[in-house]
Design a protein around this ligand. Structure first.
Ligand SMILES: Nc1ncnc2c1ncn2[C@@H]1O[C@H](COP(=O)(O)OP(=O)(O)OP(=O)(O)O)[C@@H](O)[C@H]1O
Ligand SMILES: [Mg+2]
Length: 246
């Protein structure tokens, strides 16, 4: 079966400094891949390259077998097949939760206002926020705002969700509700690539854990293998430092 996502030999440098140094990654349908690694190891850059927010220097990114890193393709169209969520929620403050979710389909797709609103309500219900459709972001908790951002990322029924440290800006007591939602999406069959420092979540939900170091995937395997019985010294060191720092 063709993987949904296939990253091959991806390299990327900023001002001559390599940040991704040959990344290969295959993601199958319904697979949950968690990226772990120290700050600066390249997790965000990898996710941004996959979402075509960065130009890559070399390699290929195939989505459903199609080379979306080919400059001749319609990048916006390809990006619509992916939903990306960032650490900062980036909601429009002057729009309600519903407005934020309904905006993308309405403006970009030209969906009729009524249909976009119905669709927006459906998406908000999916993230457990049906009752807060008319609330403005400043009246929502961080966890609720992030769930709105996730609903917005689901707007086009993406083939792939790219989640970059989506709980790192949240107060600790709000992390759970967002991770629970991601777990539900995963259980519902979503295909997810997610950078996170939430190791317990990775252990419980990830099919595959990739440890990045210096812009490479140094080790990849099942969550149980990589998190509890890593092969590589560098992975072991990272996990040791990580647990010590908690
Ligand atoms: N726009 C940019 N211009 C220059 N350098 C950048 C840029 N974005 C990232 N970098 C550099 O690329 C490297 C990888 O950064 P990246 O943000 O991908 O790491 P990360 O693994 O996501 O780290 P963190 O855990 O802190 O989020 C870092 O050295 C960073 O300084
Ligand atoms: Mg990052």
């Amino acid at each position: 079966m063709t993987p949904i996502l296939s990253v091959r030999g991806l390299t990327k440098a900023y001002h001559g400094t390599p940040v991704l140094a040959g990344v290969d990654l295959d993601v199958s349908e319904h697979e949950v891949v968690v990226l772990i690694g120290a700050s600066g190891s390249g997790k965000s850059t990898l996710l941004r390259c996959i979402d075509l927010l960065e130009e890559i220097d070399d390699g290929q990114i195939l989505l459903d077998g199609r080379d979306i890193s080919d400059p001749r393709i319609d990048a916006d169209g390809a990006r619509r097949a992916m939903g990306m969520v960032f650490q900062s929620f980036n909601l429009f403050p002057h729009l309600t939760a519903l407005g934020n979710v309904a905006l993308a389909p309405r403006v970009v797709h030209g969906t009729a206002r009524r249909a976009a609103q119905d669709r927006g309500r459906e998406l908000l219900a999916r993230v457990g926020l049906a009752d807060l459709a008319d609330a403005y972001p400043d009246k929502l908790s961080g966890g609720q705002q992030q769930r709105v951002a996730i609903a917005r990322a689901l707007a086009y029924e993406p083939r792939l969700l790219l989640l970059d440290e989506i709980t790192s800006a949240l107060d600790p007591e709000l992390v759970g509700e967002v991770l629970t939602l991601v777990g539900e999406l995963a259980a519902g069959g979503a295909t997810i690539v997610m950078a996170t420092h939430e190791m317990a979540f990775a252990r419980d939900v990830a099919d595959t854990v990739c440890f990045l170091d210096g812009g490479r995937i140094v080790e990849a395997g099942t969550a149980a293998q990589v998190l509890t019985d890593p092969v590589e010294d560098r992975t072991r060191q990272f996990l040791r430092r990580f647990t010590a720092g908690r």
